[in-house]
Ligand binder design. Structure first.
Ligand code: PGA
Length: 250
């Protein structure tokens, strides 16, 4: 059994006052027991605040990005060791917004994944195709290439120390969700790609779906055999909706 994970990616949203109201009900629900592991990804500057709120509750807190370098003259960057030092447990790597808006290529994403592992963080590797790529029948080749870059860098066994998220770019923040059939097909394909390198990791790796996950579509997506939870953007900013998504992971 793969324990489901629900991860809330706040993106560039939040404020000290707002975070307190957003995190308190989540901490309370996690303490009360939810059918999944729950993670939140606030902007860097709020990590200490959210970590303090989440302390000893079981709610995991991660960062949305990390440097591929370990230390030095890299103005504006934050290393994996720094994230581990403040208490973060997870980090997103290769989110499509990082790839598309900040020029992160497969090699950079792979280096970030490796840097996160070396610092003892759990990276969540995000992969996904654009609308053009899907319409021209390239979904599988795109996600296979994005996945292979990381496997080449760290090996299939160490891929298994992280998590994978399939996020079709055309579904992110658009209100267009992949159908359960579309999600399941890509998740099964990714699992196969991993399994042919390492059967154990292929079977055990948790693969989250992301892209307009909402309270009203979560249950059907999570019911798919190879969908092990969700990476949730917009809906993670509304505590009731986020918790409804967590409960749908039962
Ligand atoms: P969304 O974002 O749920 O707002 O579509 C998902 C993500 O970008 O991780």
């Amino acid at each position: 059994m793969r324990r489901p994970v629900i991860a809330g990616n706040w993106k560039m949203h939040g404020s000290r006052a707002g975070n307190a109201d957003l995190v308190a009900p989540i901490v309370e629900a996690v303490r009360g027991g939810l059918p999944c592991e729950v993670l939140v990804f606030p902007p860097y500057v709020f990590l200490p605040q959210v970590l303090e709120q989440a302390a000893d509750s079981g709610l995991g807190v991660g960062a949305q990005n990390v440097s591929d370098r370990s230390s030095g003259a890299y103005t504006g960057e934050v290393s994996a060791a720094m994230l581990a030092d403040v208490g973060a447990s997870h980090v997103l790597v290769g989110h499509s917004e990082r790839r598309a808006l900040y020029g992160e290529d497969d090699a950079t994403v792979a280096a970030k994944f490796a840097a996160a592992l070396s610092a003892g963080l759990t990276p969540i590797l995000c992969v996904g195709e654009t609308r053009d790529e899907r319409e021209s029948g390239r979904t599988e080749s795109v996600v296979a290439r994005q996945l292979a870059a990381v496997i080449e860098a760290v090996g299939a066994r160490d891929l298994g120390r992280g998590l994978l998220a399939y996020e079709p770019v055309w579904a992110i923040g658009t209100g267009l969700t992949a159908t359960p059939e579309q999600a399941q097909a890509v998740h099964a394909f990714l699992r196969e790609e991993i399994a042919r390198r390492d059967a154990t990791i292929g079977n055990s790796l948790r693969i989250l779906y992301g892209g307009s996950v909402k309270a009203d579509n979560a249950a059907t997506l999570f019911a798919c055999e190879d969908v092990d939870g969700g990476l949730v953007g917009g809906a993670s900013l509304k505590p009731e909706e986020f918790l409804a998504i967590c409960r749908a992971a039962a």
